[in-house]
Design a protein around this ligand. Sequence first.
Ligand code: CA
Ligand code: CA
Length: 440
Amino acid sequence: MGWYRRPRRSSARVMWTIALHLSLVAYLVPPSLSRLPAQQPELPIAAAVIRVAPPLPPPAEPVVGVQSVEELFRAVETAKEGTTILLSPGRYMLPRRLEIRTDRLTLRGATGRREEVILDGGPHQLGELLAIHGCSDVVVADLTIENVRWNGIKLDTDSGVHRVTIYNCILHNIWQRGVKGVRVPATVARPEGFRVMYCLFYNDRPKSYADDPADTPENFQGNYIGGIDVMFAMRWTISDNVFYNIQGRTREGRGAIFLWHDSRDCIVERNVIINCDVGIAIGNSYKPPDVPVHATNIVVRNNFVVQCPESDIVADYTRDCLIANNTIFDPENRLGRLIRLVHDNSGTVVASNLLVGSPIRNESTSEIRLLQNLVLPPSPDLFADPKRGDLHLKTPQLAVCDGGTPLPQVTEDFDRQPRDSRPDIGADEWPKESPLQKSN
Ligand SMILES: [Ca+2]
Ligand SMILES: [Ca+2]
């Protein structure tokens, strides 16, 4: 009996062991093996305005490669200062918020192709996906973050976080803020020296209530959504990014770029913003009593902004800011808000902007300098491909070329080509030397 039953038990055990191994293999299989069709997202954005990020230099040791969610969490939790974590291509379904708490840590896609490494918050319905907490000089590069209810990259700036670089990333279907920097108490140093560069922020559709249970008919009506939202920003650079379709439920969302609560000395340049609810907001009409000014000495230059119905560019409680040489295409803006100035904007200068649509809407109570801004009616001859974000001049326009104000803060154009001694109006300078061979 014994000898007869034994092999049966044994074969059952073998089968069970095989099944266990198979399930373990399925569980442990690195995401690189469940390969994605890693492709650039197909969006109606002109190729001429999507900047290719210069590749980062090869990482310096120590370098830790990861291929699974478990390895990723372990690597981030145990990394020494200065470590680079390289993620293999694949989709990483994160079960909880991933927190970086180590100085000089770099989290980077291994191939440099940001669409090949995806951190996905969807399966576990994450409120926040990546957080940076109590540390500085962190780099997040060459990867995609998508399907997050609240914040894609949460900067816990109230814990002392500085000089973070977010480089060549995609933030996709993030339903509150792609990048969020919170309110900072007076006892903590303000977040300084951040850079957000060469990133693509886009959503597939307007926000709906189902995307975010915290955004309800009783509070934000499904419009609590934006791209980069930072309070108390000091010396930030936000450049060469593309924002597409960051939209609230009723198209009354927040800024694709939103700097407020006493933000200072920042540069916002060469960004392309298409079909968002608000383009660039420096300041806001809501201002708590302990914040004297929302934005001081912020330069908004050489941006292309297309069809943002709540405001393409708005300044609201600012001081000594510069809004210069931006090109805005929004001929049907329902509120006439291509550039909108609200409340006190003492010392702020608005110069050499090119607007297709309504003129500047100055509701400001303070003196403000408006210099050489130009409003034109829409014309098929004006821009290369306006609805797809390409606001390069198609031909040299008499009213536009050489009509701007020389400014020490604007020495280049959208293409980083030099401004000549008689700068053109708008973000694109038409090169003088070879007007018939203009590349951009
Ligand atoms: Ca010129
Ligand atoms: Ca140019």
